[in-house]
Write a new protein. Structure first.
Lengths: 197, 125
């Protein structure tokens, strides 16, 4: 009887050790998987585009063609702004914006070697400026940009790093036509409300 | 008096930072570089070396506008830009093309050391 009890106690101890080992291995593994998934979502822009051609009669568009931009794809349109993905030899990713219906469809192209990535989940293409007599320093005027899949919203921050406005990310783009005058930079926020990048 | 419009091209490569630049801009002299005045329709701006953020665009005596670019695409900004003044609501205006070290931004991603960033920019009129 005593021997059976000892066997049972030993079996329970072994079982407890096995369970502890499983928990020890599984929990960090789950966190790691979540981090991996978040990292992938911050390294990807999934929206598909529709192929477009630039108007060759427009001097600025001709300049962009001469600079080597090919395979122009419109990826989204929001608040009168069209968003584009462009291919240029030797560049990882190039994105553009333009006013819908303008003679030069793409008014601004930005290229980056490190977007999209967990360190750089947005490519901010916002317009910044100041007026003499009105502004102490340049501030955000027209907020626009491209965001990786893992970015849910963007926040505008003032000089004290406090949030002064927010805008949602839809189809991997964000746009806010009239930024508060205090806004000087854009930060990316994921679906849990955590700042990323 | 504003001279008549003429086709033109401008390019410059050099270092911008605290006390470094071309000293010819209406705004932020001593930390910027500007082209001459013209009716520019487009510009190309590139960071060659250095970590500072540069405001890149156009300006006149009343207004400065542009987009931020930063080395290696850090800080959420491009490292190279092609920009039309129309995109800044400055189309058809008599302007100087500029690149300006953004000393006014009080947080780390602007790299407030101002040691100097090597840049290249060109514009077309």
């Amino acid at each position: 009887m005593l021997r059976q009890s000892r066997r049972l106690a030993l079996a329970l101890m072994v079982l407890a050790l096995v369970l502890a080992a499983v928990v020890f291995i599984a929990v960090p593994g789950t966190a790691s998987s979540n981090n991996d998934a978040a990292g992938v979502a911050l390294s990807r822009v999934s929206v598909r585009g529709i192929a477009q051609s630039l108007p060759v009669e427009d001097p600025w568009s001709k300049q962009l063609i001469a600079a080597g931009f090919t395979d122009v794809r419109q990826i989204a349109s929001a608040s009168g702004t069209d968003f584009y993905r462009l291919t240029k030899e030797g560049r990882k990713s190039c994105y553009g914006v333009g006013s819908a219906g303008a003679a030069s469809p793409i008014g601004f192209i930005g290229c980056s070697q490190s977007f999209p990535s967990p360190e750089n989940p947005i490519m901010d293409l916002s317009i910044v400026g100041a007026e003499k007599g009105s502004d102490a320093y340049p501030h955000l005027i027209f907020v626009q940009g491209i965001a990786a899949d893992g970015v849910a919203t963007i926040e505008l921050r003032n000089a004290s790093n406090a949030a002064v406005a927010r805008a949602p990310v839809r189809q991997n783009v964000y746009v806010l036509k009239e930024a508060p005058r205090a806004a000087i930079r854009v930060v990316a926020v994921d679906s849990s409300g955590r700042e990323v990048g | 008096m504003i001279p008549t419009a003429s086709a033109g091209y401008f390019s410059w490569e050099g270092t911008i930072g605290r006390g470094k630049g071309l000293w010819n801009c209406p705004w932020y002299q001593g930390q910027s570089a500007c082209s001459g005045w013209n009716y520019w329709y487009g510009g190309h701006y590139k960071i060659r070396l250095g970590g500072d953020t540069e405001l890149s665009g156009w300006e006149n005596f009343n207004t400065i506008r542009g987009v931020y670019i930063q080395c290696c695409g850090l800080g959420g900004y491009p490292d190279e830009a092609w920009l039309s003044p129309s995109q800044l609501s400055l189309g058809g205006m008599y302007l100087r093309t500029h690149m300006t070290w953004c000393s006014w931004r009080p947080y780390p991603d602007c790299a407030l050391d101002g040691d100097g960033t090597n840049v290249f920019f060109e514009s077309w009129a």
